[in-house]
Design a protein around this ligand. Structure first.
Ligand code: 9MR
Length: 390
C-alpha cells in the first residue's frame, strides 16, 4: 500500500502567483521582490517546474559536517544566490547534517533545533517538502552517547526519547524520514560492531525505531537509506529480506532509498531500475536520496568535456531509473554546487560531483536532468513504463 503523500504542487504554484509582497523572493529579501527575480532564468528552466507532478526533485541543504572545516561561511545563512537557487530549482530539501544526532542532540537531554527549524521553515515558505535525515545511524553521534556509560535499558529509552522529541517537533512537516541509515555493510551483514544501537540492543531495535517514529508522526513515510544499494547486490538483497520480514510483522516501514553516491571510476549500476522495482513490488515507496557523481580530476583540477558528458549521462540514468519505477516519487541530489560538496575533502584528487560549478554555472548534468524531467512530463511513461496516466 502506498504511503500518504503531501500535496505540495498546488502550494508551490500558489506561492509563485501570490502578491509580490508575500512572494518567496520578497520573504528572502531578494532584489526588488519580483518572483522570479528579473535576472533569473525563467520558470521553464527550473528543475522543479520541469518535473512531473508526482515527483519531488530535491537537494541537501549545506551545513555542518565537512563544511565546518572550510573557509567559507555557511551558504544557507550567508549566500543569497545559494538560497535563491535552492528555492527556484527544488521542491524537496534534506538536512545534510543538521538533523543528525551530534547537531540536534549535542548533550544528553539538550537539543539544538535552530538549524533544523530554519530548514523546515524555509521549506514551508517555498512550497518544498522535507526529508528528515537521520535517526538510527552508526556515524555522527555525539561523544556523550558513544562514550557514555549506559545500561541497555537506558540506551533504549535514550533512543525512544530522541525519536519522540525530534520527530514530534516536526510532526506533519517532514515528508520522509530516513529512520535507519546504513545499517548493513558491503557484504550484507548488519553493522553490529560500528552501530551502537545494534551492538548493544540487537537487531530488534530497528523495528522499534520504526514504530516509535510512526507513533511520533503517523503521516511521515519511514525509510531505509543506504549507499551502494543502487543495483541488485548483497547489500540491497539484505535490505530486501529485512523489508519482507518487517512488513510481515506489520512494522511501519514505508520505503527503501538508494543514496546514489556514484563515481565515474566505476560503471553505472546497471540494475538500478530492477532493484527499485523489486521494493516497489513489495508495496514500498522508493526514493533516490543523495545523488552525486564524482570523478578523478586531471592535473588542471578541471574536468574534461568528456568527463562532464559522461557525468551527465550517469545523472540522467539515475533519474530515469527513478522515473521508470512507479513508487519512486523523490529524487534528491546531495548538494547542487561543487563549492559545497563533501567529495573533495573525502576522496583525494576527486571532485566536480554536483550539477553546478562554484559560480553556479549549470553543467551538462543539470541540463541532462532538466531534459529528462521535461521529456517525462511531456510523454509520461514513455517508452512504456512508470508514471503514465497520473
Ligand atoms: O555530506 C555530509 C558531510 O557534510 C559530512 O561531513 C559527512 C559525515 O559522515 O556526511 C555527509 O553526508 C553523508 C550522509 O549523511 C549519509 N550518506 C553519505 C553522505 C556522504 O558522506
Amino acid at each position: 500500500m502506498r504511503p500518504i503523500r503531501f500535496a505540495t504542487t498546488a502550494l508551490a504554484a500558489a506561492a509563485l502567483t501570490a502578491p509580490l509582497a508575500a512572494s518567496p523572493a520578497a520573504a528572502e529579501g531578494f532584489g526588488d521582490g519580483h518572483w522570479p527575480p528579473h535576472h533569473s532564468n525563467g520558470k521553464a528552466e527550473r528543475l522543479r517546474w520541469a518535473a512531473p507532478h508526482d515527483l519531488h526533485i530535491g537537494t541537501a541543504i549545506a551545513g555542518g559536517g565537512h563544511h565546518t572545516d572550510q573557509d567559507y561561511d555557511p551558504p544557507f545563512a550567508s549566500d543569497r544566490t545559494y538560497r535563491t537557487t535552492l528555492a527556484r530549482q527544488f521542491d524537496s530539501v534534506s538536512a545534510e547534517n543538521q538533523m543528525k544526532w551530534e547537531y540536534i542532540h549535542p548533550e544528553r537531554g539538550e537539543y539544538d533545533f535552530e538549524d533544523a527549524d530554519r530548514i523546515v521553515d524555509f521549506a514551508a515558505r517555498h512550497g518544498q517538502v522535507v526529508r528528515g535525515h537521520t535517526l538510527l545511524w552508526h556515524s555522527q553521534n555525539p561523544d556523550w552517547l558513544e562514550e557514555g556509560d549506559f545500561t541497555d535499558e537506558e540506551l533504549r529509552s535514550i533512543l525512544k526519547d530522541h525519536i519522540t522529541t525530534v520527530v514530534g517537533r516536526y510532526k506533519g512537516r517532514i515528508q520522509q524520514w530516513d529512520v535507519a541509515n546504513e545499517i548493513f555493510d558491503g557484504d550484507g551483514e548488519l553493522r553490529t560492531e560500528e552501530n551502537i544501537w545494534l551492538r548493544r540492543l540487537g537487531p530488534g531495535i530497528i523495528a522499534d525505531a520504526f514504530r516509535w517514529t510512526h507513533q511520533a508522526d503517523p503521516h511521515a513515510e519511514l525509510y531505509f537509506n543506504d549507499y551502494n544499494v543502487e543495483g541488485v547486490n548483497a547489500k540491497s538483497d539484505a535490505y530486501y529480506e529485512l523489508s519482507q520480514e518487517l512488513l510481515a510483522e506489520n512494522v511501519p516501514l514505508h520505503g527503501f532509498s538508494a543514496q546514489g553516491h556514484l563515481s565515474l571510476d566505476y560503471p553505472f549500476p546497471g540494475s538500478m531500475e530492477e532493484n527499485l522495482q523489486r521494493f516497489d513490488d513489495l508495496g514500498l515507496g522508493t526514493a533516490v536520496t543523495e545523488v552525486d557523481i564524482r570523478m578523478t580530476l586531471p592535473e588542471s583540477g578541471e574536468p574534461t568535456e568528456e568527463q562532464l558528458d559522461t557525468q551527465a549521462d550517469y545523472y540522467r540514468r539515475a533519474l530515469q531509473a527513478c522515473l521508470d519505477v512507479d513508487s519512486c516519487e523523490s529524487f534528491t541530489i546531495w548538494g547542487f554546487n561543487d563549492k559545497y560538496s563533501w567529495v573533495p575533502g573525502t576522496f583525494e584528487g576527486q571532485g566536480s560531483a554536483t550539477v553546478m560549478t562554484e559560480d553556479y554555472t549549470r553543467k551538462p548534468a543539470f541540463f541532462a536532468l532538466h531534459e529528462a524531467l521535461k521529456e517525462e512530463k511531456k510523454w509520461p511513461g514513455w517508452p512504456g513504463r512508470g508514471h503514465g496516466g497520473r
